[in-house]
Design a binder for this molecule. Structure first.
Ligand SMILES: Cc1cc2nc3c(=O)[nH]c(=O)nc-3n(C[C@H](O)[C@H](O)[C@H](O)COP(=O)(O)OP(=O)(O)OC[C@H]3O[C@@H](n4cnc5c(N)ncnc54)[C@H](O)[C@@H]3O)c2cc1C
Ligand SMILES: NC(=O)C1=CN([C@@H]2O[C@H](COP(=O)(O)OP(=O)(O)OC[C@H]3O[C@@H](n4cnc5c(N)ncnc54)[C@H](OP(=O)(O)O)[C@@H]3O)[C@@H](O)[C@H]2O)C=CC1
Ligand SMILES: O=C(O)C(=O)Cc1c[nH]c2ccccc12
Length: 405
């Protein structure tokens, strides 16, 4: 790393980075940095917040646990401590990531919001701008995640609502909604788990299900549903795997349709792979829906000062609204001049080949396959950059030696 003096880059806050620039210090940024280090390549991570794994530290609720078993949520080269439970809590996951960063001596540059990144064809390198600095490198690794920003939909009349409106990324505990009537908009894993948490605190959640949703038990026959799916996928096509999962799910959970939870036509894993829509892995919400403690509502027509009107004509009063409406990538807001990403901020090339773009551009963690996808990307990227690194370092050394002669 050094101050740069490349063409028109001789401003004081301009740094030439020898290795790759990684944007984002979540699990993906940490994983790729560690894999690069293992291959002898140094890197610099730019992180907008002042901590690693900020999604997990700042934007998740207290009772969150990983919903896949720990062996599917490790990042490369260093596993979870043996004494962690099968489904680690978010605090355990954060502590794992902190030890990971420490183990590989990864020290991101914090409070560096990347506002613009563009390939400069004149100098043949990426110019990455934050408020106070311009970083320049031959390689740019995008690790800002599929969940960089909250999706906050425009719902008619919501500005008139008298109570609190929060997105799940700011929700911490049902304790803050004790005894309240709460409208939960959205029925993904967040909507389901927040509704469950609200019940534990004596609140009355009304969960909006505007569309179809796949709900699966977290485990089948004592084995995680995810593990069963991954194992079967090695042998049989995804459609048959889905058929099997749905057969067992219908047997153990019963027909969810009569509860207002209609299933999509496409099976759960095929849908996840094609669209990124994650099936709900049930950790208890379904039995509260059956018991009538979590009320399932149709789509919202409009919000009024005191409550909501629904598509089926019902009207209810609420004290608070929780938007469990998901997340989106923010890549299009800062990565300019390349069409590697769609306007939704996802790589155009499907998994497992979406990790490499042109001119030294790489992406890690945009596979719609959770942390397993991160692992695959991080390993490919590190190998690819290490090959280039060795060539560059080798030819530099060769040049030096021949100049010395
Ligand atoms: C509630 C929740 C639970 C989940 N549970 C699981 C699970 O059990 N198993 C699983 O496999 N997956 C799970 N996921 C998926 C999840 O996305 C991954 O686990 C993981 O966090 C992805 O890591 P990442 O590093 O790609 O993205 P993130 O963790 O989102 O990290 C991205 C980082 O980039 C930073 N950043 C963003 N924009 C900028 C910018 N412009 N400049 C600088 N820095 C920036 C962010 O601050 C953040 O620190 C879960 C997701 C959520 C939301
Ligand atoms: N324990 C764990 O490990 C957990 C993991 N997660 C993960 O985090 C990621 C994000 O999950 P989540 O936050 O649930 O987001 P999702 O994107 O999975 O779900 C968003 C939900 O909001 C609905 N929605 C969006 N806009 C509107 C609207 N205008 N009106 C009504 N409904 C709307 C969607 O419905 P529609 O389908 O109709 O668009 C969908 O039901 C997922 O990958 C998930 O698996 C989340 C929580 C816990
Ligand atoms: O938690 C998530 O969002 C994940 O992406 C993990 C995940 C990857 N593939 C899946 C298939 C079914 C359920 C969860 C996942």
């Amino acid at each position: 790393m050094g101050s740069c003096n490349v063409e028109d880059g001789n401003q004081p806050n301009c740094l030439w980075i020898d290795g790759p620039i990684i944007v984002g210090a979540g699990p993906s940024g940490l994983a790729v940095s560690a894999c690069l280090k293992e291959n002898g390549v140094s890197s610099v991570i730019l992180e907008r917040n002042d901590c690693i794994a900020s999604l997990w530290q700042l934007k998740t609720y207290d009772c969150l646990k990983l919903h896949l078993p720990k062996k599917f949520c490790e990042i490369p080269l260093l596993g979870f401590p043996e004494d962690f439970p099968k489904y680690p809590t978010k605090h355990q996951f954060i502590s794992y990531l902190e030890s990971y960063a420490k183990h590989f001596s990864i020290k991101p540059k914090f409070k560096q919001i990347v506002e613009n990144a563009e390939f400069d064809h004149v100098i043949g390198a990426w110019r990455v701008k934050t408020e106070d600095c311009e970083y320049i490198s031959k390689w740019l690794i995008v690790a800002t995640g599929e969940n960089a920003e909250a999706v906050v939909p425009e719902i008619q009349g919501i500005e008139k609502f008298h109570g609190r409106v929060v997105h799940t990324s700011s929700y911490k505990s049902g304790f803050d909604f004790k005894n309240q009537r709460v409208l939960v908009v959205g029925c993904g894993n967040s909507g389901m788990e927040v509704s469950l948490d609200l019940c534990r605190h004596n609140a009355t959640p009304h969960m909006v299900v505007r569309n179809t949703v796949h709900i699966l038990p977290r485990e089948m026959f004592g084995i995680s549903t995810f593990e069963i799916a991954m194992t079967l996928l090695k042998w049989i096509p995804v459609r048959l795997v889905d058929k099997f999962l749905l057969m067992v799910a219908n047997f153990t959970l019963g027909n969810t349709e009569r509860l207002g939870l209609r299933r999509p036509k496409t099976g759960p894993i095929e849908l996840k792979n094609a669209t990124g829509k994650t099936p709900v892995l049930d950790v208890g919400a379904l039995s509260l829906i059956k018991a009538g403690k979590i009320k399932v509502m149709e789509g919202v027509r409009e919000i009024s000062r005191k409550g909501a009107k629904f598509m089926d004509g019902q009207e209810r009063e609420f004290d608070s609204i929780i938007l469990a409406t998901g997340y989106k990538s923010n890549v299009p807001t800062w990565l300019k001049g390349c069409d590697f990403f769609t306007k939704e901020g996802m790589p155009r090339t499907p998994f497992p080949n979406g990790w490499k773009g042109e001119n030294g551009l790489y992406t890690v963690g945009f596979t719609r396959r959770g942390l397993l996808g991160t692992n695959s990307d991080a390993l490919y990227i590190a190998r690819d950059i290490a090959d280039q690194w060795r060539l560059i370092k080798g030819s530099k050394k060769h040049l030096q030696q021949s100049q010395e002669k």
